[in-house]
Design a binder for this molecule. Structure first.
Ligand code: ATP
Ligand code: MG
Ligand code: MG
Ligand code: MG
Length: 465
């Protein structure tokens, strides 16, 4: 019977059972009494399983004594109650097959000690072997599963929106071009411009910055949908909160307004927090011990309290009245900076804050104009320690208003005819948001850098794997 480390340590396998366990060595210690104690990890849980190997095993000298941190093995043995302190169950090894030794143990990058995050980013292919990245990987999985679970329970369909697209949903000009053209020999038209008609799709295309526009089409037929996939932004800023490739969760709901959306965002976040706390207790305890002492308490408190809601105008008034010296003076009409967002959540409200009704000028073309036109029905959810984790809005569902806004933004009408069709044929009020999945994970784990909650970070000047 092959079992995982988690199955043994959680007591799923009765003492006395003969099992096979497989994994990677974290440490080996040899006692004078003729035993070796091997701590084995297979990724199934945070804790290591202790294997006890006697010197009487036939390959003790030339096999077991060569096992070092990172080596792989397969062990057959009996589950026994441990005599050692702090261990519940262990394996009395009957045989240990060495599968792969470590070529040069002295230069193996993942030594059994605490490495800096900077260093680990340079060995992204090996960092899953550390306690921290094992825990991140399990928490990321649990959070992703909770995302699907929440929407499934509430009657949403998961829609996979395209990665390659012609439209810039955010209008921020941060798109990566997708092209098969020969850079050294670009085709030109009469005016000397690059002729994208000769490109693969017969036009200019890009990697998607958001699945929103595409998922809106499904919303206006299926009522409640969400997309959850990779998105790409050529952010030229090198911050701890931006990646060039990140994952977004984007629900879109028909017959809904901004108030409905704010309630959805709050319920959704609380659900995900509660699930992660429930399913990743050991990993969260590790983050609390190693990264942020308040991690667990904070999430628990959040699950049981209300988010603070305020209008953008009120947020600006609070910031101006705070007497605090900000690098950028808060002013109506200017987007909130991270320092402002952190003041609101960490010092003023001491809770996540939902800011609503932003100035029209600073938001995207598709957001619904409020009466008077000065503001749009947009909302951002701001989290303590992070700033913006969700950006959302009620969408402009009126054909005439949307057409006008698009031409004000200088968008090419031919690219967005299909989007206007949605307003032409049976339009309804609808709303949706985008959650940065990695920002959520930073918030949950307390890890301070977005590069450390995604398996392979892509940032300006760096995509080595
Ligand atoms: P920011 O102001 O932080 O740059 P944004 O307003 O440009 O974010 P939106 O277009 O509103 O971002 O995208 C929705 C969500 O996607 C954001 O709230 C954030 O959580 C996440 N997000 C945006 N850009 C990035 C990025 N480069 N890396 C990781 N997550 C991101
Ligand atoms: Mg941005
Ligand atoms: Mg923003
Ligand atoms: Mg935003």
């Amino acid at each position: 019977q092959t079992v995982s480390v988690r199955q043994v340590l959680s007591g799923d396998v009765a003492a006395g059972t003969k099992v096979t366990v497989q994994g990677w060595v974290r440490t080996r210690r040899d006692s004078k009494a003729g035993f070796s104690f091997i701590h084995l990890n297979d990724g199934s849980c945070f804790a290591n399983l202790q294997l006890v190997a006697s010197k009487d095993l036939p390959n003790y000298e030339e096999g077991i004594l060569k096992l070092t941190s990172g080596a792989s093995l397969s062990c057959i043995g009996e589950v026994v109650e441990s005599k050692g302190r702090g261990q519940s169950l262990e394996i009395q090894a009957e045989s240990i097959e060495v599968l792969g030794l470590v070529e040069d143990p002295d230069t193996y990058p993942i030594q059994p000690k605490q490495h800096s995050f900077e260093f680990l980013r340079t060995v992204a292919h090996l960092r899953p072997r550390t306690n921290t990245f094992g825990a991140v990987t399990r928490v990321r999985h649990a959070a992703a599963r909770a995302v699907h679970e929440f929407f499934d329970q509430h009657g949403y369909y998961w829609v996979n929106t395209p990665i390659i697209t012609a439209s810039d949903a955010e209008g921020a000009g941060e798109m990566f071009r997708v092209s098969t053209l020969d850079l050294a020999n670009l085709p030109r038209n009469d005016k000397g411009e690059i002729d994208f008609h000769q490109d693969f799709f017969g036009r200019e295309t890009f990697l998607t910055v958001s699945g929103q526009l595409n998922v809106e089409a499904f919303c206006l037929a299926m009522s409640k949908v969400y997309t959850f996939g990779p998105t790409f932004r050529a952010e030229n800023s090198n911050t701890t909160r931006h990646l060039a490739e990140f994952w977004m969760v984007e629900p879109e709901v028909a017959f809904a307004d901004l108030e409905d959306l704010a309630a959805l965002a709050e319920n959704f976040l609380k659900f995900v927090f509660a699930r992660v706390l429930e399913r990743c207790g050991e990993d969260m305890a590790f983050f609390a011990e190693r990264i942020e002492p308040e991690a667990i308490n904070r999430l628990e408190a959040l699950v049981n309290s209300d988010f603070v809601q305020m209008d953008y105008a009120e947020a600006v008034r609070i910031l101006q009245a705070s007497g605090k010296k900000f690098e950028y003076a808060p002013e109506w009409g200017v987007d909130l900076q991270t320092e402002h967002e952190r003041f609101l959540t960490e010092q003023h409200c001491k809770a996540p804050v939902v800011v609503k009704n932003y100035p029209t000028e600073i938001k995207a073309f598709y957001m619904r104009l409020n009466d008077g036109g000065e503001t749009v029905a947009a909302m951002d959810v701001l989290a303590p320690g992070i700033g913006e984790i969700i950006g959302g809005s009620q969408r402009e569902e009126r054909l005439d208003v949307l057409s006008r806004r698009m031409s004000e933004h200088g968008l090419d009408p031919s690219t967005y005819q299909w989007f206007l069709d949605l307003r032409r044929y049976g339009t309804v009020p609808h709303a949706g948001f985008g959650l940065g999945f990695e920002r959520l994970l930073n918030y949950i784990t307390g890890l301070g850098n977005i590069r450390d909650v995604i398996p392979y970070p892509r940032t300006p000047g760096s995509a080595p794997f």
